[in-house]
Design a protein around this ligand. Structure first.
Ligand code: BDP
Length: 597
């Protein structure tokens, strides 16, 4: 599903703005005909989460209805008209003028419907969306998980199986767009480097078999051209770039790729992309970018801000990328779900190495097998939707197919270091997700964020071991020396049994901004700095550690529990309103290159 563009052949109309909104706590909207349009509404912003906007929507779990009207310009008469939602959490059902158009399940990823047969081209069209956010164990991510599961956030409200607030609503832009018939329906770019020549392979698809494609790749110094005739709608062009300017964190150079589709001797469509020429590979226990070993330095993040919730917030995206640059970071993980496409455009431009994660957080394997199978089906859909959306971003260097799946006996595994085989269906679950990602994209490594005690066989099918580790915080509090010794020994064990690069994908301590103490006490800024110092020193001492991501870039809203003062996870190097804690200055002193002069 290509990101909508505007050019001579394509047009778009962003429907964002103030829409009508109504809660439906009794779930009576469909019976009462609200899908044809409803009264007694109040205004809501699209995109945004509904939670932070009214007192009674704050922790509302259930159904909310949205509506707006739009008209179709007369110039769109001959085209394929689509309606695209960047993300709706969790379930969306869509009607136009009272006719059902389609539905989608799962937040954080785009979906679209063809509207050509549903719209009224003469007068206004009423668009109604029913959004529901029930927390259920069979969903991804899951909620309301039965008590037998390990869940350190067990007594949280709302009852998520993960540590962030279940914000709901139309979270990203709603775009009405038109594409010509025939059109370019999909494009995949793969780059490689052979003998200092950059190879750019372009594979495009068209809705019509009788077409040809013309491409031009432009840089500051050259223009390369190529063309292809369709073989059943598939069009392949390879370009060779001599002396290519390779994309990297220090020089995130983007080439402009323009593609035009011709049908019966006439250009009928065009599409353009900014692409980076780069390679990413695993050799032994190192990650190589463009043939050079790299070390990931950065953060896990969240899409989270006061008032907008998880709603798209472009100024904040720009600011976050700038703050990460200021700290000297070169990498981040989209914990624990796919971020907006605009975020990845920023990462491409700034040169961040992104670990792109699916929404598969809080996975567990107890209970009904049918339910586990359902979760696997949903996770597989999400892997496929994620890769199809993000495959062309040079910034995306690795897929993460899950965060912290918990084996049933995790606590025993953590404390008694058992390494007994786990039930094989759990291994198959993770192996399937990693294999899916590799089958869909063999140009990027695959991983998932594991925890201390993760069964070693779960790591067999990953290319890089990512490990979330909280020694010194949830375990061995105030005993940083002991925590680091244990971790060091554990890392050596994981490395000797897997031989793969290891990235510490989370480490952190909750820290109340402005709380200071000597000696360092829990929650003080000094403790956070001391913990990070020791972890960074450890990372430098082990050559198989290919990077470290601090948890988390900024404080974020989570569910209510005794562990989360004021409903915030406070492990941020920055506060929720993006002011630096001592930790941010400390990381900057370790990560950024000292200014010369
Ligand atoms: C990790 C989770 C992350 C939490 C973090 C924490 O991956 O989502 O926010 O713990 O407790 O285990 O701060």
């Amino acid at each position: 599903m290509l990101y909508p563009q505007q050019n001579k052949y394509r047009d778009l109309y962003v429907l964002d703005g103030i829409w009508d909104f109504r809660l439906d706590p009794e779930n009576v909207g469909v019976d009462h005909g609200w899908h044809e349009g409803f009264m007694e509404s109040r205004p809501i912003a699209v995109p945004s989460s509904w939670n932070e906007l009214y007192p009674d929507t704050y922790d509302f779990i259930g159904v909310g209805w949205y509506q707006t009207v739009f008209s179709i310009p007369t110039s769109w008469s001959q085209d394929d008209i689509r309606l695209r939602f960047g993300s709706v959490t969790y379930g969306a059902t869509v009607w136009i003028n009272g006719h059902f158009v389609g539905s989608h399940e799962g937040g954080n990823l785009p979906f679209e419907f063809c509207l050509t047969d549903h719209i009224d081209r003469e007068s206004g069209n009423k668009l109604v969306v029913r959004v529901e956010n029930e927390l259920r164990p069979d969903r991804v991510p899951p909620g309301n998980v039965p008590k037998q599961s390990l869940n350190i956030f067990m007594s949280n409200t709302p009852a998520t199986n993960y540590d962030f607030f279940p914000y709901s609503g139309i979270h990203r832009s709603v775009i009405l767009y038109r594409i010509p018939i025939p059109s370019i329906s999909d494009v995949t770019i793969r780059t490689s480097i052979i003998d200092e020549v950059g190879l750019v392979d372009i594979r495009a698809f068209s809705s019509d078999p009788d077409v040809d494609l013309f491409v031009s790749l432009q840089s500051d110094s050259c223009v390369l051209q190529g063309s292809a005739v369709s073989a059943n709608g598939e069009l392949n062009v390879s370009l060779e770039v001599n002396d290519p300017r390779l994309w990297s964190p220090s020089d995130p150079y983007l080439y402009q790729l323009n593609m035009s589709l011709n049908h019966q001797g006439k250009t009928v469509d065009s599409y353009s992309l900014e692409i980076g020429i780069r390679t990413i590979e695993i050799r032994g226990h190192e990650i190589y970018l463009n043939g050079e070993p790299i070390e990931l330095k950065g953060f896990g993040r969240h899409e989270d801000s006061s008032v907008s919730g998880r709603g798209q917030n472009l100024p904040l995206s720009v600011k976050d990328h700038n703050l990460m640059k200021w700290v000297g970071a070169n990498s981040y993980r989209t914990a624990h779900y796919p971020y907006s496409e605009e975020d990845l455009f920023l990462a491409d431009k700034h040169g961040f190495l992104v670990v792109d994660e699916t929404p598969a957080v809080g996975l567990f394997f107890e209970g009904d097998r049918g339910q586990i199978e359902d979760r696997l089906t949903k996770c597989r859909e999400q892997v496929s939707e994620l890769i199809s959306r993000d495959k062309n971003h040079p910034s995306v260097i690795m897929w993460s197919v899950a965060n912290e799946p918990f084996p049933p006996d995790l606590m025993t595994r953590i404390f008694s270091e058992i390494e007994e085989p786990v039930e094989s269906f759990t291994t198959e679950f993770l192996t399937t997700l990693a294999s899916d990602a590799k089958n869909l994209d063999d140009t990027r490594p695959v991983s998932f964020a594991a925890v201390h005690g993760t069964p070693l066989e779960w790591l067999e099918n990953v290319d890089v071991v990512m490990l979330n580790t909280y020694g010194g915080w949830y375990f061995d509090q105030l005993n940083l020396g002991g925590a680091i010794d244990k971790l060091s020994e554990y890392l050596d064990r994981v490395h000797s049994s897997t031989g793969k690069p290891i990235v510490i994908s989370e480490v952190g301590a909750d820290t109340i901004s402005g709380f200071h103490s000597v000696p360092e006490e829990l929650y003080s800024e000094e403790y956070q700095v001391e913990m990070l110092r020791r972890y960074l020193d450890l990372a430098e001492s082990k050559d198989f550690l290919a990077g470290l991501h601090v948890w988390v870039m900024a404080d974020f809203r989570t569910t209510h529990s005794l562990m989360r003062i004021g409903g915030l996870n406070r492990k941020g190097a920055f506060t929720r309103d993006r002011q630096p804690k001592m930790a941010a200055h400390f990381l900057r002193s370790r990560w950024s290159v000292a200014p010369s002069g």
